[in-house]
Ligand binder design. Structure first.
Ligand code: ZN
Length: 418
């Protein structure tokens, strides 16, 4: 059962008036100063107080330690700030608070680490070119009217709506970014239309279920024989991306050429990611049309998506680096977002349609025969499944059928030798 809320982000180009633009510029400047100030307040306290009490030397100061600056305290300090520097009251209260939250996040990631306990480096004070965004944590659901978006205090700003907000989604949050070329707004959209159904209770049968194998030669192979390959366009785009990235590696760090390549790489990345996601949604829709219960393998993606380093000779020609061999043909594309497809997009689409996606243990699904169930060991490079029982089919299809069988209750753990 899909438990999350589907969130997506759409980015649009803003066309602010001169007035709006200079106001946003001022906001960024003020926010940055306050961000740096609150951060230094955190550091100061930390430097003064981090000695644990039981190791406190006798000579320590006996002045009452001041209260540790934390999120709520710093948030309260905004009231005073607006009194003392009244130009700060031009910034919307939500935007100011969001900045305090950012300080809190940066600092606690440094001290305590994130949810997985991974620590970040010491947060840096932000120079002008490093502080480029501010956020409205909530906006009105009807903030878009025609080609204008209304943001609190800033008013109606023209924007280029190159694609509409999809049906069923509401706008939750708006992030305004000043990029090199112009201003953008990134809207976080949430789907509130997912029904509260009991799809877990559907009984899977041979007839109403589908097994799918994902991520190797084909994007997915279905137990009913459907094989879906990534569109050719993506392979080309990925090739271009790989070339750009390798080219970037050759430029010196901090140099102008490298910075330019960074921007191109980032843009292409974004475009590929967006198109890929859209394609994933389309595929998911087709799949949930086809079966009531879809079995997928519980994925371990960690080492699937590692790419080999590019190799070049002295004059910059790219040499084979083994990636193509490692990839199978489309593997690099297929890897991209496969976990997101299986864990988020497909379950989301299924839930919306009253269908169910269930995970099965993939152990043995590539090493057994889907027809006779005997063990037929394969290397990663073996793309075809042959079995002495007469079975002969693409490896991925064999796995897809097995995934369905495992989903329906067949166990592959008993060793059978062909
Ligand atoms: Zn067989």
């Amino acid at each position: 059962m899909y438990n999350g809320i589907m969130k997506i982000a759409y980015q649009y180009k803003l066309i602010p008036t001169y007035e709006q633009e200079s106001r946003m510029d001022k906001w960024l400047d003020m926010l940055r100063h306050q961000y740096n100030w609150l951060l230094s307040d955190r550091f100061d306290w930390w430097e003064m107080n981090r000695t644990a009490i039981d190791v406190c030397p006798l000579t320590c100061s006996i002045a009452t330690p001041r209260e540790q600056p934390e999120y709520y305290g710093q948030k309260r300090s905004l009231v005073l700030l607006k009194k003392e520097r009244d130009w700060y009251s031009d910034i919307h209260a939500d935007v100011l608070q969001d900045m305090v939250k950012r300080v809190d996040l940066a600092f606690s990631r440094f001290i305590k680490g994130d949810s997985k306990g991974k620590h970040s480096g010491r947060p840096r004070f932000k120079a002008k070119n490093r502080y480029r965004t501010f956020a409205f944590p909530r906006v009105k659901a009807d903030c878009i009217q025609g080609n204008q978006i209304t943001l609190p205090k800033l008013g109606a700003i023209k924007f280029i709506q190159h694609r509409p907000i999809p049906d069923g989604f509401v706008i939750k949050r708006a992030l305004v970014t000043n990029k090199a070329d112009c201003w953008y707004v990134t809207l976080t959209l949430e789907d509130v239309s997912v029904p509260d159904s009991l799809t877990d209770e559907i009984v899977a049968t041979e007839a109403n279920s589908l097994g799918i194998d994902a991520g190797l030669e084909y994007f997915i192979a279905c137990s009913d024989g459907t094989m879906i390959e990534p569109p050719k366009f993506f392979r080309k785009a990925e090739g271009r991306l790989a070339k750009l990235q390798s080219k970037r590696e050759l430029r010196s760090k901090g140099g102008k050429a490298r910075r330019k390549l960074n921007i191109r790489v980032a843009k292409l990345h974004q475009r590929i990611a967006r198109q890929r996601k859209q394609w994933h949604f389309e595929i998911a829709e087709k799949l949930v049309d086809r079966a009531e219960v879809i079995f997928v393998e519980a994925l371990k993606v960690s080492n699937m998506s590692r790419r080999n380093k590019p190799k070049q000779d002295e004059d910059g020609t790219f040499l084979p680096n083994g990636q193509a061999a490692k990839s199978g043909l489309n593997k690099s594309f297929a890897d991209g977002g496969i976990a997101g497809f299986l864990n988020e997009i497909l379950p989301y689409k299924a839930e919306k349609a009253g269908r169910s996606v269930r995970k099965v243990n993939p152990a043995g699904t590539s090493q057994h025969c889907a027809i006779c169930l005997n063990r037929v060991p394969k290397e990663l490079g073996d793309r075809w499944h042959y079995c002495s029982c007469g079975a002969s089919m693409p490896r991925d299809l064999n796995s897809g059928i097995l995934i369905k069988k495992v989903g329906l209750g067949i166990s592959l753990t008993i060793k059978r030798e062909g």
